[in-house]
Design a protein around this ligand. Structure first.
Ligand SMILES: *[C@@H]1O[C@H](CO)[C@@H](O)[C@H](O)[C@H]1NC(C)=O
Ligand SMILES: *[C@@H]1O[C@H](CO)[C@@H](O)[C@H](O)[C@H]1NC(C)=O
Ligand SMILES: *[C@@H]1O[C@H](CO)[C@@H](O)[C@H](O)[C@H]1NC(C)=O
Ligand SMILES: *[C@@H]1O[C@H](CO)[C@@H](O)[C@H](O)[C@H]1NC(C)=O
Length: 390
């Protein structure tokens, strides 16, 4: 998404509840079953030609994915990577589908394990090239009671993680669908399908755009946001890191179709982004963003045939988020977090202009997919919202 929106945004607010009638939305339990595609995937990956050696060995990741990285991931995908194991782990979660505005919306709904804890429903919204999978490390901990010595209370959440329209198990949206349309559908999911009268929102990347739209359109109260980046990094990103954005914004079918049945192509395109948008310490604690996580993320796109529909989100939202933000008409608290290796700069003064900013935080580890890159920090950010629940 656009540089100004590459952020982690967290908000919470009260929504109006209309009587919840699940039948109307065809709410159904859902299980992932993509094993049938694995022989095709492995055969293609195994048979893909790669250069014997790098054309220009001195060219680093700033020129795109490095051959050694690609080869290492490719080899793991064919040999040690175990999709069935990953799928079984993902199926430990409670998955559902619902039909909202004629579209299938897939989501995880994991309920709090604590009867005495603050019942904060929270919706976590991913971006590109992510999916619900990027929140895996924080889901269970959020449902467990976490004791806060200051307030003397336990905090835990009912966690809802939808797939954006056109991503993995959610059906592709109509052609001119925007993040505002997604925000409306997700508000229906929370308030009508699931019956939550108030809830908190956290979003990253395109999910931040959806979150902000939910905050400004459906909210009465906001909770928080966090942001940090160095200005220098922002300038580098603007001059060298946005080519993919223009390509996807203008010709989504070229790349979407070129890589549709090319797992190694998707690995190069997406894996390159994961590498360059990750903390250099990725894969070492607290990061769990290792090769298995990257391969699981890309297998989800490939096996669900949704690489094409996922990249259309750039074409459908030409301005990234919005060209100009005005103050949201809500007093709901807004919390903002910036992670060290993020690529855009949202200064505190700017964030304060668009909502009721109550918290502006910086984390010195992590970047784009905080759920994998720095799960403890993301947990802390989300738990911070609990104090704004009644
Ligand atoms: C990959 O290709 C090699 C060489 O053709 C073959 O020996 C091996 O069995 C293949 N592995 C898989 C998982 O298909
Ligand atoms: C918090 O949760 C823990 C674990 O369930 C429980 O042992 C403890 O009594 C709870 N504390 C409060 C203040 O509710
Ligand atoms: C989508 O928007 C474009 C540009 O505004 C318009 O020309 C086109 O007719 C729209 N397509 C649909 C299916 O609504
Ligand atoms: C603990 O509760 C206090 C008082 O509500 C709050 O200010 C603080 O942010 C909470 N700490 C965490 C880690 O949630």
């Amino acid at each position: 998404m656009r540089l100004t929106s590459r952020l982690v945004f967290t908000a919470a607010f009260a929504a109006t509840v209309v009587g919840a009638t699940c039948d109307e939305y065809n709410l159904e339990p859902f299980k992932i079953d993509l094993c049938g595609g694995i022989p095709h995937l492995k055969a293609l990956v195994n048979n893909t030609w790669l250069p014997e050696k790098a054309l220009y060995p001195g060219a680093g990741v700033d020129k795109g994915v490095e051959l050694d990285t690609l080869r290492e991931l490719r080899n793991e995908w064919v040999t040690t990577f175990d999709w069935e194991k990953q799928e079984a782990e993902l199926n430990q979660l409670e998955h559902f589908t619902a039909e909202i505005e004629g579209q299938v919306v897939h989501f995880v709904h994991q309920k709090s394990k604590a009867s005495d804890a603050i019942p904060g429903p929270v919706i976590l919204i991913h971006g590109w090239p992510g999916s619900f999978h990027e929140f895996l490390p924080v889901i269970e901990p959020l449902t467990q009671p976490s004791f806060n010595a200051t307030s003397g209370k336990n905090v835990s959440f009912n966690v809802v993680i939808p797939s954006l329209p056109g991503f993995v198990f959610s059906s592709p949206p109509p052609q001119n669908w925007t993040v505002d349309d997604t925000a409306r559908v997700f508000n229906t999911l929370m308030s009508e399908v699931l019956g939550y009268s108030t809830y908190a929102v956290h979003g990253t990347d395109w999910g931040a755009g959806v979150s902000y739209s939910m905050y400004s359109s459906f909210s009465e109260t906001v909770r928080a946001t966090h942001l940090k980046v160095t200005l220098q990094r922002d300038i580098e990103w603007t001059s060298t890191g946005t080519g993919y954005f223009v390509e996807l914004q203008t010709k989504p079918n070229d790349l979407g179709l070129a890589l549709y049945d090319s797992p190694v192509g998707q690995l190069a395109w997406i894996g390159g982004k994961f590498k360059i948008w990750s903390d250099p310490r990725a894969g070492t604690p607290p990061s769990v963003f290792d090769n298995t996580a990257i391969l699981t993320a890309i297998s989800l796109y490939y096996l669900t045939h949704t690489f094409l529909s996922s990249v259309w989100i750039y074409e459908q939202n030409q301005n990234g988020l919005k060209p100009v933000y005005t103050k949201a008409l809500t007093d709901a608290p807004l919390l903002f977090s910036q992670y060290e290796y993020n690529v855009a700069l949202w200064p505190e003064e700017y964030v304060a202009k668009v909502g009721n900013l109550v918290s502006y935080k910086a984390h010195d580890f992590g970047v784009h997919s905080a759920g994998l890159d720095n799960p403890p920090a993301l947990l802390e950010d989300i738990r911070d919202m609990a104090k704004y629940f009644p």
